[in-house]
Design a protein around this ligand. Sequence first.
Ligand SMILES: Cc1cc2nc3c(=O)[nH]c(=O)nc-3n(C[C@H](O)[C@H](O)[C@H](O)COP(=O)(O)OP(=O)(O)OC[C@H]3O[C@@H](n4cnc5c(N)ncnc54)[C@H](O)[C@@H]3O)c2cc1C
Length: 288
Amino acid sequence: MIPAAFQYVKANSVAEALVLLQQHGEDAKLVAGGHSLLPAMKLRLSQPTVLIDIAAANDLKGIAVNGNTLSIGAGETYHAIASSAAVKRTCAIVADCVGQIGDIQVRNAGTIGGALAHADPAADLTAVFLALGGSVSVASASGTRQIAADDMFVAMLTTALDSGEIITTVHVPVIGAGQGASYAKLKHPASRYAIVGVAAMVSMSGGKITSARVAVTGAGPQAVRQTATEQALIGTDGGDAASKAAASKAGDDMDYLGDIHASEEYRRAMVKVYAARAISAAVAQARG
Ligand SMILES: Cc1cc2nc3c(=O)[nH]c(=O)nc-3n(C[C@H](O)[C@H](O)[C@H](O)COP(=O)(O)OP(=O)(O)OC[C@H]3O[C@@H](n4cnc5c(N)ncnc54)[C@H](O)[C@@H]3O)c2cc1C
């Protein structure tokens, strides 16, 4: 449980971190809250020779609402996000989700940028980010770019980020009138990681669902959208029968992980149960 030797350097801004990343190349890794990277280093699953600490970079902080978009600095902690009046008012699913992550120590240090960059198969935010159809702003030595949630999660612990890139801001839509979004998870009783987590977002008009996004985490190697469930919801009233029928299609077309906490079969069954809960709650919110 002792990590391999490493050098520690602190970056006080994104610009400083980018210079350090260029200087140290592939051997360096960013560290934000450290709650995923340090356990991996202690198990020697990750052995960076240089850690670039971005926790004090003020330009990775800030929560702002611009029109229909809520933008959260990648360095904001779960605690700050869960307590933000702006997040609760505009996109309550995000505050609710991060409030359910880990324990108080994890929520005080863990960051939204770290969670999305790490892409743990059991992470909560990955499903919420996918269901909301968010995006991240990313900076590197060669400039900036946006990555859409649909393009972000490539495989287990693997994202579309290049090694010299830093997530600077996470963007999600403001949940407006006629819309609802909810996250339901079966949590591991000790760590609170998702054994199965499902996030759903619906838009309704004239009593019918006009668009839906549903994503699952915890069950397989990476967070994935459930397009069959989404299609089954559109055009329905989102009532109990319609929600359950759509939820019964969730998880049919995905890879599963089985481990000491839950078998593949159990996760497959729970995906449908938690999809029904997330969809019902999202519909109730959309109906107002
Ligand atoms: C006991 C315990 C319980 C937990 N329970 C849960 C849970 O219930 N649900 C859950 O979702 N998670 C849980 N976690 C994980 C936690 O959410 C982590 O904090 C999170 O996964 C990573 O965020 P971090 O800021 O700590 O990232 P770090 O560990 O600092 O970094 C993780 C990875 O992201 C990279 N990185 C960090 N910031 C950036 C950035 N801005 N741009 C690009 N790359 C970046 C790092 O280089 C590293 O590769 C738990 C962790 C622990 C230790």
